[in-house]
Design a protein around this ligand. Structure first.
Ligand code: NAI
Length: 333
């Protein structure tokens, strides 16, 4: 049995987590759960958005499956997701974007994996507010070490998964020092991977390329802000945030999460789509080398998503969250 930290999260989090647990149980995956509260739920229970028990649990079990967390808007609340990423040095944010067979979307031939640097860039947290001059400055930190780590992670992934091409995305024509460093490191690291085709694109051109020819891209690696935007753009190509998984990975700790938010507008109604959290759980199973269970769940999920009679409301169907889970289980072989 492998124990993982389970964070159901806020809003629709507990509903989609229940559905995912039912499906994981039916898959035969040998998992045990240490359930922990975070975010608004934890704040209400113990007055802390990131309780010590949660941090200790992640440090101990090293793998977490996380539902969405509500970040209260306003002064003094730093994003919990950003805090967890920085606390555990989860420098890789990985978003596989693959067309779901049978799900009608803009493109049906997308199969790329986006690697976003997760701890530096414009999200490093360096912001200065000059009250007198009414000017706000934000600083984007790009380090050689951080760039090497994420670009190597993308190249290693490409090599290990039989992918051929890695595209480094930057804005080195304008941000000559910061984005320039990322590009330069990309070119240096490329020398270590002679079997991969490693090229680069400027972010604005990349956005256009992605919405016109997403099928041309394979593994894509970029800095924090560009990656944040590009990863949602990719999600939009294949059905939106409701079907996209995400993972935050460091050298020894990994948090797998649904990339959508806590959906307060539908929380408690039992109609949320659990597919994104389920896809994150599938990534987690693969990370844990539980390949058989991962394949079983993935095939059943794809079969369910390709049947309009079996999907949830957001995808045009009539099924509530638990009915969807039951459909996935009945499609399991
Ligand atoms: P959201 O993703 O929660 O909702 C946007 C729209 O998508 C809503 O109409 C919602 O009903 C729908 N939706 C989202 N997930 C769905 C699902 N699984 N099934 C069916 N419909 C779904 O984004 P929003 O409203 O901007 O954010 C709400 C809260 O979530 C905020 O507090 C925000 O900070 C937090 N958030 C947390 C994230 C995380 O923990 N990874 C990511 C994004 C937002």
């Amino acid at each position: 049995m492998t124990t993982i930290t389970l964070i159901p999260g806020d809003g629709i989090g507990p509903e989609i987590t229940d559905a995912v647990l039912e499906i994981l149980k039916a898959s035969g995956a040998e998992l045990d759960y240490d359930e922990q509260a975070a975010g608004l739920t934890a704040f209400r229970e113990v007055g802390d958005l990131i309780p010590k028990e949660l941090v200790d649990s992640i440090a101990e079990h090293k793998i977490a499956l996380k539902g969405p967390l509500t970040t209260p808007v306003g002064e003094g609340f730093k994003s919990i997701n950003v805090t967890l990423r920085q606390m555990f040095d989860l420098y890789q944010n990985i978003r596989p974007c693959r067309s779901v067979p049978g799900l009608k979307t803009r493109f049906d031939n997308v199969d790329l994996v986006l690697f976003r640097e997760n701890t530096e860039g414009l999200y490093s947290g360096f912001e200065i507010w000059d009250e007198r001059r009414q000017i706000a400055d934000a600083m984007a930190r790009i380090s050689r070490e951080g760039s090497e780590k994420i670009i190597r992670a993308a190249c290693d992934y490409a090599k290990a998964n039989g992918r051929k091409r890695v595209t480094v995305v930057h804005k080195a024509n304008i941000l000559k020092k910061s984005s320039g460093l990322f590009l330069q490191v990309g070119r240096e690291v490329a020398e270590e991977y002679p079997d991969l085709e490693i090229d680069d694109r400027i972010i604005d051109n990349m956005c256009m390329q992605m919405v016109m020819y997403p099928e041309r891209y394979d593994v894509v690696v970029t800095t924090n802000l560009f990656g944040d935007i590009l990863s949602d753009l990719c999600a939009g190509l294949i059905g939106g945030l409701g079907v996209i998984p995400g993972a935050n990975i460091g050298d020894d700790i990994a948090i797998f999460e649904a990339v959508h938010g806590s959906a307060p507008d539908i929380a408690g109604l039992g109609i949320a789509n659990p597919s994104a959290l389920l896809q994150s759980a599938i990534m987690m199973l693969r990370h844990l080398k539980m390949i058989e269970a991962a394949d079983r769940v993935e095939n059943a999920l794809f079969k369910t998503l390709s049947n309009p009679e079996q999907v949830t409301k957001d995808l045009g169907g009539n099924n509530d969250t638990m009915a969807f889970a039951a459909n996935v289980i009945s499609n399991m072989e």
